[in-house]
Design a protein around this ligand. Structure first.
Ligand SMILES: Nc1ncnc2c1ncn2[C@@H]1O[C@H](COP(=O)(O)OP(=O)(O)OP(=O)(O)O)[C@@H](O)[C@H]1O
Length: 269
């Protein structure tokens, strides 16, 4: 594989006067033991937009994404430095209540992972744990989040069926519904469609496009067409560095950096 300079980067700045920011990282580094997997990423994420993180396997996309709601806290030997600014707070600080923060910054994983419970219980599990007991409120929450995840019409007649009885695409939309039941501001998705067939993938993409009205979405994807189809901004990661960040149409038509150009045009390596 050709070696590209990690110093050669282009990160388009988003002027906060014109672009409301939902989240921003400043010099974010992630270490696994002595290995520095992310080399000081400073990226901005605009509110109510979809930002795609692309790059070859091992370039650090998932590591970066996981750090945005401190999932790396759960990874042995992982250490994160730098700032992750959300509503003026650095969520990487020791003073942050991580469980409370994750209500605002939710995550959906690569493989659909519904609980072995009913559809209703999948969605109400976390809200009940956070103290919501009112049946009417919970019912509304189930209906709203299933509607937002474009699953309501398919499951409304049997909310007691097991989440595991749904198709893969439906399970992933149930996981999205479960994540948005907590009304987060930001949804992090790590290759949410990679385990799905093309029809389910397209349904999940439609769901994400519809969710953009209410949520800021940051998505890791290996699928270049998917990034081009659904995202407003794209960041290209190479060897632990956010090499380029710009509007998606620019990344795919006129990238500033050779490594990005080679990656998006399939001439990488
Ligand atoms: N739990 C871990 N422990 C140690 N090293 C890790 C761990 N997770 C990831 N890494 C290392 O960090 C680097 C970035 O990996 P990461 O999984 O973030 O890349 P990625 O771009 O998401 O890859 P993929 O597209 O294959 O998921 C790699 O060198 C990887 O080996």
């Amino acid at each position: 594989m050709q070696n590209y300079s990690l110093a050669d980067t282009y990160i388009k700045p988003l002027d906060p006067a014109e672009h409301e920011l939902a989240l921003e990282t400043k010099n974010l580094k992630v270490f696994y033991g002595d290995h520095e997997a992310i080399h000081g990423a400073s990226l901005q994420f605009e509110r109510y937009k979809i930002t795609a993180l692309i790059g070859a396997s091992g370039s650090g996309k998932s590591t970066f994404l996981r750090s945005l709601n401190r999932m790396n806290d759960l990874v042995d030997k992982a250490r994160v430095t730098g700032e992750i600014l959300y509503r003026g707070l650095d969520i990487n600080s020791d003073k942050i209540d991580v469980y409370e923060m994750r209500r605002h910054i939710g995550m959906v994983f690569q493989r659909p992972n519904p609980f072995a419970k009913s559809i209703y219980d999948n969605i109400t599990f976390a809200p009940r744990r956070f103290g919501e007991k009112n049946k009417k409120v919970l019912d509304e929450m189930v209906e709203t989040s299933l509607k937002q995840a474009a699953l309501w019409d398919q499951v409304k007649d049997d909310l007691n069926q097991s989440g595991l009885a749904l198709s893969g695409g439906q399970q992933q939309r149930l996981c999205i519904a479960r994540a948005i039941a907590m009304k987060p501001d930001i949804l992090l998705l790590d290759e949410p469609a990679s385990a799905l067939d093309p029809i389910s993938t397209s349904q999940v993409e439609d769901t994400l496009l519809a969710l953009k009205d209410h949520y800021t979405i940051i998505i890791v994807t290996h699928n270049m067409q998917q990034a081009a189809r659904i995202s407003d901004y794209t960041s290209f990661f190479y060897s632990g560095t956010a090499i380029e960040f710009d509007e998606t149409r620019k990344i795919f038509t006129r990238p500033q950096i050779q490594a990005t150009e080679d990656y998006v045009s399939g001439h990488f390596g």
